[in-house]
Design a protein around this ligand. Structure first.
Ligand code: GRF
Length: 218
């Protein structure tokens, strides 16, 4: 199978990026990261990319006078790179619908909640405040509505009595790192296929999100 060409978009630390780099370097993913693009020049994830000789670029949102102009610059770069899949890994800008449509069903995002619950920010504290018993992580296809596209996989972890938002965030991150590389493994070997109208997983129509079990990762 052809190698998956992956572009990762970041804004900050890039720990998810690191987990993807590690999985690609260990040849667990049939793919290559062709570029890492950040909207912030000081994102630590850029240094991670540099260390692994991956092309890094900055498309700084502050360098453009409007959201549309930023999107046009990013679209131009992505069009040049022609990725099979664009991975948003802590990318903290909302993409415009023209860009999303240009790469329809090719953009994935990771969100720290069991979608469709807790879209948006501060999901950990909101879950604690609502006395939820569990929280989680979702990977979904990006559509113009925020945190709203079809969910491919969801992972869960318990919220224990007295746990703080930062403790939940730490647990969530560990799960995220396993989940993103797993999804790319599935995509790279064709187990997961995202088509125009359907998603198939191991040749079966995916009718509901995959429930991620970390012990089952392979
Ligand atoms: C992750 O927690 C993800 O859920 C959210 O942004 C965070 C990025 O972390 N979308 P990192 O930059 O990958 O460390």
């Amino acid at each position: 199978m052809k190698k998956l060409s992956i572009v990762v978009l970041i804004s900050g630390n890039g720990s998810n990026l690191q987990s993807i780099i590690d999985a690609v370097e260990a040849e667990q993913v049939n793919g290559q990261i062709t570029a890492v693009i950040s909207n912030k020049a000081d994102a630590y994830g850029l240094q991670r990319a540099k260390k692994h000789n991956i092309d890094q670029q900055v498309v700084g949102h502050k360098d453009f006078s409007s959201r549309e102009d930023f999107d046009i610059a990013l679209l131009k770069e992505l069009t040049r790179l022609k990725p099979d899949i664009i991975v948003l890994a802590g990318f903290m800008r909302i993409l415009g619908s023209a860009l999303i449509q240009a790469f329809e069903r090719k953009i994935l995002n990771i969100h720290p909640s069991i979608l469709p619950n807790y879209k948006g920010l501060n999901t950990f504290q909101r879950a604690i405040d609502n006395k939820e018993k569990e929280h989680g992580v979702s990977i979904h296809i990006v559509t113009p509505e925020l945190d709203d596209g079809p969910v491919i996989v969801r992972g869960r972890y318990p919220i224990l009595t007295g746990e703080t938002a930062s403790e939940l965030q730490r647990k969530g991150h560990q799960l995220e790192h396993k989940m993103y590389s797993q999804v790319l493994k599935w995509l790279g070997r064709g187990d997961l296929q995202i088509n125009a109208d359907t998603i198939t997983f191991q040749d079966k129509l995916l009718e509901r999100p995959i429930e991620f079990e970390s012990r089952e990762t392979q």
